[in-house]
Design a protein around this ligand. Structure first.
Ligand code: NAD
Length: 485
């Protein structure tokens, strides 16, 4: 198949690519140039109604399709993603502003891994049985939920979209999905891939549009039994307020303000290399980036000096060039937000040690939204800069004297998504890991992901873990059958 980036994106409903019923479109902007490069459907409740109808129609057939057939189709989707790596990576970079090499080496390969993982997972998915001595046997049937809604953000567009869709359809559900209106292109190309892979009509329906315009219609639709959402804590709260009183199953993967705790006994070179990545990869627009760097006092000055020098050397440039370490911020709105956060940090008494300003990238990217990697120190732990998610290339440094103080700083947050701990003291690593209030903890590494493990946050970072069996369990209804012996 020959995939190409079109001027106009279509919805994917009932197996067909079609215009939004209201014929309204949104501009799709390349953040590296600031120019409009295509149009995205501005769908509304009528498109969602049609998508739900298509999904309901497909449900009896798909939920009774043998798992081996589902396995084959999902694997075929993964094959086609891999065969179309170049165009998908270019589409993602054009939508999102991230470096092309990052899209090619991480985001798109991980999207195909998601389909492969859940294709295989459903072949091995087993339900539980419990014997009550000589009294009874219980077994748990795990049946598809029905029609489910999947809503995803802009930072890892295809990866996070497929992370929801793959387990949902593998488990026999039919899906109404909405990607972010800021980065719709890869999910549009995915709809063409699904057609080519032979996914039956209506099993996956992709409706493009805004959160208020069509995301909220998915959340409120009475026929949609579950919502799997990744995005901001603000939107997660709104979604929960609508879906919870309807008793929908909810998985919410939300914001973060992740601590990166560095003890003096760490492996210095590995820590320094990885901390640069965990701070600034994808312009800091990964929910798992460490945005609060906590450093043991005895190494604070040494760390600060080397980290700042290295952050200043990261090249901010055209995302299409191989030597650009940082690309563009995803949109003008988000660029303005990040710049206002830097200003707030200064108003709160912080000292900007590196970056802090926007960057003009000459040539084709002159109109793009670029910000230097920014390092700030001197802020007190409760200030807004240390409490609120910025979601950009901005980190703060805070010294600590003791393990207790490190934990106090780390846990001073309403969020609890991930944390990184750097130490060669095994006992301390276990001790701190058990006390940091985060759903995902990396010791002496960052962003290593085993898809079998539960993924998600504590506190205001979300509820309902996704990953491995947890995702397949989320997308199935457990029904216990008890037989008296
Ligand atoms: P967002 O909440 O603005 O939007 C996410 C998605 O929800 C988009 O598709 C949007 O159109 C839709 N939406 C917004 N309001 C809605 C509503 N009321 N009803 C239904 N749909 C609605 O988030 P964003 O700006 O796209 O993404 C950035 C955020 O996502 C950050 O907070 C980041 O931490 C978070 N994130 C979390 C994870 C995680 O795994 N925890 C992963 C990636 C991103």
């Amino acid at each position: 198949m020959n995939l190409a980036i079109p001027d106009k994106i279509s919805n994917y409903i009932g197996g067909s690519l079609q215009a939004p019923l209201g014929l309204r479109y949104l501009d799709n902007i390349n953040p590296a140039t600031g120019e409009v490069y295509s149009q995205t459907p501005d769908s509304d409740i009528t498109d969602v109604e049609e998508a739900v109808g298509a999904a309901r129609g497909a449900l009896p057939g798909w939920s009774s399709t043998p798992v081996e057939t589902r396995f084959r189709i999902l694997n075929r989707i993964a094959d086609l993603i891999e065969e179309n790596l170049d165009v998908l990576a270019l589409a993602e970079t054009t939508d999102n502003g991230k470096p092309l090499w990052l899209s090619k080496s991480v985001d798109i390969p991980r999207a195909s891994s998601n389909f492969r993982f859940f294709a295989t997972g459903i072949m091995h998915f087993a339900s539980e049985s419990h014997q009550m001595e000589h009294a009874a046997i219980n077994y748990t049937l795990r049946q598809p939920l029905g029609v489910v809604g999947c809503i995803s953000p802009w930072n890892l567009p295809l990866y996070l979209f497929s992370w929801k869709i793959a387990p949902a359809i593998a488990a026999g559900n039919c899906v109404v999905a909405k990607p972010s209106e800021v980065t719709p292109m890869t999910s549009y190309l995915l709809s063409q891939i699904c057609i080519e892979a032979g996914l039956p009509r209506g099993v996956l329906n992709i409706v493009h549009g805004t959160g208020p315009g069509c995301g909220s219609a998915i959340v409120a639709h009475p026929e949609i039994k579950a919502i799997s959402f990744t995005g901001s804590t603000r939107a997660g709260r709104e979604i929960a307020s609508v879906a919870a009183p309807m008793f929908k199953k909810l998985s919410l993967e939300l914001g973060g303000k992740n601590p990166n705790i560095i003890f003096a006994d760490c492996d210095w070179d590995k820590m320094m290399r990885t901390t640069l990545r965990s701070s600034f990869s994808n312009q800091g627009e990964i929910c798992l980036c460490g945005s609060r760097i906590l450093i043991e006092e005895s190494i604070y000055e040494k760390f600060k000096h080397e980290f700042v020098q290295r952050a200043k050397k990261l090249k901010v440039g055209d995302p299409l060039l191989d030597d650009s370490r940082q690309g563009a911020i995803v949109s003008k709105v988000h660029y303005d937000k990040v710049m206002s956060c830097i200003k707030l940090a200064e108003d709160e008494g912080g000292t900007v040690l590196a970056g802090g300003t926007s960057v003009i990238v000459p040539g084709r990217c002159e109109g793009g939204y670029f910000i230097e990697p920014t390092v700030i120190e001197g802020l007190e732990r409760h200030c807004r800069t240390n409490m609120e998610e910025i979601f950009g290339p901005v980190v703060t440094l805070q010294p600590f004297k003791t393990e207790e103080e490190a934990l106090l700083l780390a846990n001073t947050s309403e969020y609890g998504l991930s944390a990184t701990i750097w130490t060669n003291d095994v006992s301390r690593a276990h001790r701190v890991a058990s006390q940091v209030q985060s759903g995902i903890i990396w010791v002496n590494c960052w962003l290593l992901r085993d898809l079998r493990t539960p993924f998600g946050g504590m506190k205001n970072s979300g509820t309902g873990r996704e990953g491995g069996w947890d995702a397949l369990k989320f997308f199935t209804e457990p029904k216990n059958v008890c037989i008296e012996l």
